[in-house]
Design a protein around this ligand. Structure first.
Ligand code: 7RM
Length: 655
């Protein structure tokens, strides 16, 4: 699509109304239905959530108190109630959906498996019994370091079944990161695999686990190893047990352990502004409620859907929208083990075609990467079953949005741009697709019961359209994090310190437009101050990426004596990188382009070309690293999670 065409679409039709064919069958079919929900939440915040908790979850014993805020910001939801998350995901589906496919799995090399709800229930029970036989009891921490295979979900569900607290560590993390997380959590048991398949290679999970355990991890008593790759690995007698042996003698029935609403379901480590990752602690009832209602409100999940969220279970998205939310709704979900580029960049679209995917949820970085290879590739596949598309993880630039809309969604599918965080547990600001018109690049409006606002330094609401400020949540919500594992003070300081304990600080800056739509501008620490003007790095990136020759861009601030900060842009071109990283004419063109798109204030001072941007395995650009490089500092950051370490020299201008 030509750039002029995109421009004119964005100018003429900046809003995309819900497609009538979608709305006709949607759960929430009109703005007024949605408004009724919002009004109910506004009138009685805790009552609104309490009604949902009663209606959406199966309780063993009912809760008495909707919200206990007596020890705020340690909020407690649905106290005195007891339930089991695995029961809610599996047992309650057996009556009507026992033979329904729960999981459609495809490995990187094309091997497939279909698992029904009845089978999944049995496998989870058997594995839960195996965990008990290894001495795991309620409240014990279990670390899961697995490839993206159904057993990762089975392991998580089995922990939930017996009240063990899981902590999934993404399989792309190094032995060192695994060790840090095991030690911080004080985990008793580790579940891993011999290896996983990604990018045509075997990911040596067990070897990394051995390395982590040989350096420390004194709390680990047992390691359960699932055989996936089948290559030779070391098994340490007395410590390591094959999954198949551990479950061999176990019964396919396991009574769920009824736990309190607030019982921790899991820890998930996430990076903050310091080097030490935070163990974000989530609850059982409140968390599951969030995963469930957002599956319904935002994904409009129905019994005949095939739902595919491409996230790995190592991230919060893979918790809420792979391991828990879809199962709690009795949905059929797709799990794909491998890389989107194997055997070629049509793999995602082939998977959508072959498995009749109806709802597809991925990250903007993946969309941009696939878009780079052109329209012909998705054009080879039948994508007619798709009815809803979603994005998460970062703002989506309008060009990628339009491509997703036209080339993948064939202009039939609403796009839900979902803003949320590891800490928030589930979607917070996102369109309800049958009722809310979308605008490319905006995550639209807060969901019912979510008191999101944009405030200034003093905590006052910013009402002036398009003026940026701090994104905050002004009322507790059931699926919020409860604390940082082992560091409640850091929890209070990080999230509640800025506005005197009153508001949850998301750590993002945002603005609202004249229709009250939210536009995420970036992390607070990614907001530049150029000659006294605030400027989101992501805004400059979006402008750069809108240029027809630019595939990806990352922008950081470089200290500047006169302006405060200068703008430093790293750019990946569509096609070849200029010889030696120099193309003066193009650099001038891009500077002029950004000036035209945003204003002279946003004109990059430096542009450096690379074949790729340094990203974490979850696809987030490593901005702190780029800032160090821009400032000409020595690199002190840990680059072990870099997908592409060789890129460092190009970024430094040394190659
Ligand atoms: C789900 C997830 C959270 C951070 C968050 C934002 C950014 C996420 C969007 C987004 C703009 C979005 N959890 N972010 N979603 N920015 N639009 N739709 O990503 O904990 O890993 O990251 O990601 O900065 O604070 S996370």
């Amino acid at each position: 699509m030509s750039h002029d065409r995109i421009d004119s679409i964005l100018q003429e039709e900046r809003q995309f109304a819900p497609p009538p064919a979608f709305t006709r069958l949607a759960r929430i079919r009109s703005a007024s239905e949605l408004a009724a929900l919002r009004d109910r939440a506004a009138a009685d915040h805790t009552g609104f959530w309490a009604d949902l908790a009663r209606g959406e979850l199966s309780w063993h014993s009912p809760f008495q108190t909707a919200l206990d805020d007596s020890a705020a910001p340690r909020y407690q939801w649905f106290t005195e109630g007891t339930l089991n998350v695995s029961y809610n995901c599996l047992d309650r589906q057996l009556a009507n959906r026992g033979d329904k496919t729960a999981i459609i799995f495809e490995g990187e090399s094309g091997d497939t498996r279909r698992i029904t709800y009845a089978e999944l229930h049995r496998e989870v029970c058997r594995f839960a019994n195996a965990l008990k036989a290894q001495g795991v009891v309620k409240g014990d921490r279990v670390v899961i370091y697995m490839p993206m295979i159904p057993e990762a979900v089975i392991a998580m569900q089995a922990c939930a079944r017996i009240g063990a607290i899981h902590s999934v560590v993404f399989g792309g993390f190094s032995a060192e990161s695994l060790k840090d997380r095991i030690e911080d959590a004080g985990a008793k048991l580790l579940i891993t695999a011999d290896g996983g398949h990604r990018g045509g290679k075997i990911i040596e999970l067990k070897a990394a686990a051995d390395k982590a355990l040989s350096h420390g991890c004194a709390s680990i008593e047992k390691v359960i190893v699932y055989k996936r790759s089948g290559h030779t690995i070391n098994m340490q007698a007395g410590r390591d047990v094959w999954w198949s042996d551990a479950v061999a003698a176990q019964a396919a029935q396991c009574e769920p352990l009824w736990v309190e609403s607030e019982h921790p379901l899991f820890l998930l480590y996430t990076s903050g502004s310091t080097g030490k990752p935070k163990g974000i602690q989530h609850s059982s009832a409140g968390y599951l409620l969030g995963a469930t209602v957002t599956m319904k409100w935002v994904f409009d999940i129905r019994d005949d859907d095939v739902f595919w969220c491409t996230a790995d279970v190592g991230w919060i998205t893979g918790h809420s929208y792979v391991a828990y939310g879809p199962l709690a709704c009795g949905a059929t979900l797709v799990i794909y083990e491998g890389s989107p580029a194997v055997p070629d960049t049509g793999r995602f679209w082939k998977l959508c075609q072959d498995h009749h995917v109806t709802i597809f949820y991925t990250a903007p970085t993946a969309i941009r990467a696939l878009m780079k290879h052109g329209d012909a590739i998705p054009g080879r596949y039948d994508l007619s079953k798709l009815r809803l598309l979603g994005t998460v993880g970062e703002p989506i630039n309008p060009e990628a949005w339009m491509w997703y809309h036209r080339i993948i969604g064939h202009e039939r599918c609403p796009i839900v741009d979902t803003w949320w965080q590891t800490e928030t547990g589930a979607h917070m600001i996102a369109p309800v697709p049958g009722a809310v018109p979308t605008k490319p690049g905006s995550c639209t409006l807060p969901l019912p019961g979510i008191a999101a606002d944009v405030v200034d330094e003093q905590g006052n609401s910013i009402t002036k359209p398009d003026k940026g400020g701090y994104l905050v949540i002004k009322k507790p919500w059931p699926f919020m994090l409860r604390t940082i594992w082992g560091d409640h003070d850091r929890y209070i300081k990080t999230y509640w310190g800025k506005f005197g304990g009153k508001y949850y600080l998301a750590g993002d800056s945002a603005r609202r437009d004249q229709d009250d739509y939210f536009w995420i501008m970036g992390r607070i620490d990614d907001v530049l101050n150029v000659s006294g003007h605030r400027l989101g790095t992501m805004e400059v990136e979006s402008a750069l990426v809108a240029h027809p020759r630019v595939a990806e861009a990352a922008v950081v601030g470089r200290p500047d004596d006169i302006k405060g900060e200068a703008i430093f842009a790293y750019v990946v071109l569509k096609g070849e990188r200029p010889a030696g990283g120099v193309d003066t004419a193009l650099t001038e063109e891009l500077r002029a382009w950004v000036t035209e798109q945003i204003g002279a204030i946003a004109k990059p001072d430096d542009i450096r070309y690379a074949d790729n941007l340094p990203k974490t395995r979850s696809g987030k650009i490593m901005r702190r690293l780029l800032r160090s490089i821009a400032a000409g500092e020595a690199i002190t950051q840990d680059t072990s999670t870099l997908e592409n370490e060789a890129i460092l020299l190009q970024l430094q201008g040394k190659q």
